[in-house]
Design a protein around this ligand. Structure first.
Ligand code: ARG
Length: 351
């Protein structure tokens, strides 16, 4: 494939950024820019490592960017066999989970030949059954795909989906994740009895559906993780009416009057569900951050970036937490949603 001028420009931009931020010499840059003229130019592991960290730093929707420079990067571009890629994904899960002391990580696979079909490496299946949805409605379509490939779920509310891996134009292959590699947290409340609701969630969110874009190259298979902010689980996954829809049951367990909106039963249930999520992860020794602390950490990130003479960009709609948004400084700020590269972008689903 010929190197188009736009790809060449992106290579130049990245190498120039790398030189500046990693204190490389002029000679180094000159040599790399010459190499960048060739169609078969590839980035080194060190360049990719730094680039993946900067891509996190540039992720406008992410409130957790203070820790961008501590991202662990695994370069697995040499793997072109489904079973080996599966092993690398299990290694990512183990490394990231770390018995609950979650470590941010990304694994990079060969850019043109490997594709992971999952939205997250660990995610619950969803089934459209005669008497309603069982499991996670967010997974309905992908669950069907898995079953069409020959997988069969147990049809509980929390069936962990298999990993679906595709190399080249071959049929994708599914692999079950051994139960013992998936850390989960049962959700209990320090005062109320929520045990009848049987709520739980998994420990590590590992996004696998986004492409890592760097120096004019897309890495469609680049699963990455941080740790959860409590509201992602307590104010969205378990609370949204179109997801697990637990607020009416939480309100019932709390003995709230749900007959009128003005009792604010939804708000009260929402707060206690979020208390339960933070309490349960903490008790289980699984890393999690509350939204107040995360917002403070984001402020620190902004200060740190400004000191480095960089402007922080952000997507306000995503940064502001869904619970008590106006109690965070973020809510009262303006932030420009300008896109910088390298970055992580959405991409078309492979199915
Ligand atoms: N919001 C997504 C979920 O609830 C996870 C997105 C990534 N979150 C993170 N803390 N790194 O599963």
């Amino acid at each position: 494939m010929a190197t188009t001028t736009s790809i060449l420009h992106e290579r130049i931009d990245f190498l120039t950024l790398y030189k500046k931020e990693m204190n490389q010499t002029e000679e180094w840059l000159k040599k790399r820019l010459e190499e960048a003229q060739h169609p078969d130019f590839i980035l080194t592991t060190d360049e990719l490592t730094y680039g993946a960290r900067v891509a996190w730093r540039n992720s406008n929707k992410c409130i957790g960017r203070l820790f961008w420079n501590s991202l662990n990067v695994f370069d697995e571009r040499q793997l072109l066999n489904e079973a080996e890629i599966y092993e690398a994904l299990l290694n990512h899960i183990d490394f990231a989970t770390n018995n609950g002391k979650i470590r941010p990580a990304i694994t990079l696979f060969e850019p043109d030949r490997v594709r992971i079909w999952n939205h997250q490496l660990i995610r619950y299946a969803g089934y459209d059954m005669a008497d309603g949805i069982v499991g996670d409605s967010d997974s309905l379509e992908f669950t069907k795909i898995c079953e069409s490939l020959g997988w069969r779920g147990a049809r509980t509310h929390y069936d962990v989906l298999p990993l679906v891996i595709q190399v080249d134009d071959r049929e994708p292959i599914f692999f079950d994740i051994p139960k013992e590699r998936v850390l989960e947290v049962a959700i209990t409340h320090p005062e109320y009895d929520f045990s009848r609701l049987n709520m739980k969630w998994y420990a590590v969110p590992i996004i696998s559906s986004m492409r890592f874009n760097i120096a004019g190259t897309d890495f469609p298979a680049a699963p990455f993780n941080g740790w959860y902010m409590g509201t992602e689980i307590g104010a969205r996954n378990l609370a949204d009416t179109y997801r697990y829809n637990f607020l009416p049951k939480v309100a019932e367990a709390m003995g709230l009057d749900t007959t009128m909106n003005a009792s604010l039963w939804k708000d009260r249930a929402l707060v206690e569900l979020n208390v339960a999520v933070l309490h349960s992860y903490k008790k289980a020794g699984v890393s999690i951050v509350d939204h107040h602390t995360a917002a403070q950490q984001f402020q620190l990130f902004q200060v740190q970036e400004n000191k480095s003479n960089r402007n922080v960009t952000g997507n306000w709609v995503w940064l502001v937490p869904p619970l008590s948004p106006a109690t965070t400084d973020l809510y009262h700020e303006r932030i420009a949603n300008t896109i910088k590269k390298p970055n992580y972008f959405y991409q078309q689903q492979p199915y």
